[in-house]
Design a protein around this ligand. Structure first.
Ligand SMILES: [Zn+2]
Ligand SMILES: [Zn+2]
Length: 421
């Protein structure tokens, strides 16, 4: 018997973590936090026994953000993942310590634990095969962001695939998930968009380039807000390939360091294209430069993606009533975040002042997750008998649908509950 315990991401997006127990082996698949605006993050359930290793799919804090807290009880705990995931995770983990200090709430680890994460990290690549105790592991390219992996576990006679976050289609920066996988018995899949189909990517990229071109022609600034890791690079390459604008392109915020890490590792679909696009971009390096670049038409790619902090708020406080300018929101907005509130109420609070922006505001879908039709294709292709649906708000509905229409056992696991399979 294999026991699967779901420590988070149950009927929610955030704090992914699955404990796999077989004979004497205990593996954790991801161990992340759920970020909440201006509050301490929500932690996953704590495993009640010692862990042999963590298999990390990718750097996002909803998958990596709680790993350092494990070092209090597991000092030598090994974490497996790609080298780029290690570097990007460290960037985000150190930033989460900084944010906690700024917001003045406690978090469950410090710099010392992030150093232990670094020291005990074991680098693997897509295709790597290894064994942890009684469990055989194989890593696959997941196509979510650079360096992201899915894990195939061979446990006794059973094959279990844990997808982590994945993207089915090829996009400007990253190739889609590796579809050359064997059939599995049990699938543990992300279900972020189990109820929605994404608009065609080329159409969204065309909208993006049209808006930035129009903004520049009108003499305004196009402000593109996105997540630090990968998202702004997707926008950057789309603009490079598809827009004829003469406007200068700038990159600001944490995306600069994330971009440097991606460049260093080169884990992208087309390195030459990435380099060529990056050569058209200027890094913003000071507050003085921020003020200066607003004087001429320009395109600024900047963080944070949910408008919670970072240089985007400075730019917005200067551009809010510039009718020639535009704000493009490229990512998911957590309920209650400043970005979510701006879209719902037309207002945003920046340093205690309320702004009612009159610049053009548009959403562009550059999602890094699989959508509903492709999620169904993926499940069909792997022909599992049981599908655990996690990392989604509608997993209950989706699991039921799978059971009723696809002849598989669909399960929407409950927080902290263990399943014997
Ligand atoms: Zn992710
Ligand atoms: Zn995630």
């Amino acid at each position: 018997m294999v026991e699967l315990s779901f420590l988070g991401a149950c009927r929610e997006v955030g704090r992914a973590g699955v404990l796999v127990e077989y004979k004497n082996t205990r593996l954790l698949l991801d161990y992340g936090i759920k970020i909440r605006p201006h509050q301490p993050p929500e932690m996953p359930v704590k495993p009640d026994s010692k862990i042999d290793a963590v298999l990390l799919t990718h750097c996002h804090l909803d998958h990596s953000g709680a790993i350092p807290s494990l070092y209090h009880s597991n000092p030598g705990l090994k974490v497996y993942g790609t080298p780029i995931t290690r570097d990007l995770s460290e960037l985000l983990l150190y930033d989460s310590i900084k944010v906690a200090k700024m917001e003045d709430y406690p978090i469950e680890f410090g710099e010392r634990e992030v150093e232990m994460f670094h020291k005990n990290y074991r680098s693997i690549t897509p295709g790597s095969k290894f064994k942890i105790g009684n469990i055989k592991v194989r890593a696959f390219h997941a196509g979510h962001i650079p360096g992201s992996l899915s894990y195939l576990l061979e446990v006794g006679k059973r094959r279990i695939l844990y997808t982590g976050d994945y993207k089915y289609i090829d996009t400007q920066l990253v190739e889609g998930v590796d579809l050359d996988m064997p059939n599995v018995d049990i699938l543990i899949t992300e279900s972020t968009y189990s109820t929605r189909e994404h608009p065609p990517r080329p159409r969204e990229e065309k909208r993006l380039t049209k808006i930035v071109t129009e903004t520049c022609k009108a003499g305004g600034t196009a402000l593109i807000a996105g997540f630090a890791v990968a998202r702004l690079n997707e926008a950057m390459i789309a603009i490079f390939r598809k827009s004829k604008t003469k406007c200068r392109l700038y990159l600001d915020g944490m995306a600069r360091t994330a971009t440097d890490i991606i460049r260093k590792h080169g884990d992208v679909r087309d390195k030459l294209l990435f380099e060529a696009a990056l050569n058209t971009v200027n890094y913003v390096t000071s507050q003085k430069m921020r003020k200066k670049i607003l004087k001429k038409p320009s395109i600024i790619l900047t963080t944070s993606g949910m408008l919670e902090g970072g240089p985007v708020l400075f730019y917005l406080s200067k551009l809010y009533n510039s009718e020639n300018s535009s704000l493009l929101i490229t990512g998911f907005q957590v309920e209650g975040s400043k970005g979510d509130r701006l879209l719902k109420t037309g207002e945003i609070v920046i340093e205690d002042a309320v702004y009612k922006p009159s610049l053009r505001i548009e959403r562009i879908n550059l999602s890094a997750h699989v959508d509903r039709p492709r999620l169904l294709n993926f499940i069909k292709a792997l022909s599992p008998h049981t599908v655990f649906c996690m990392h989604g708000e509608e997993t209950n509905r989706f699991a039921k649908e799978l059971s009723e229409t696809m002849g598989v056992d669909g399960v929407a696991p409950r927080l902290g509950v263990s399943y014997k399979v």
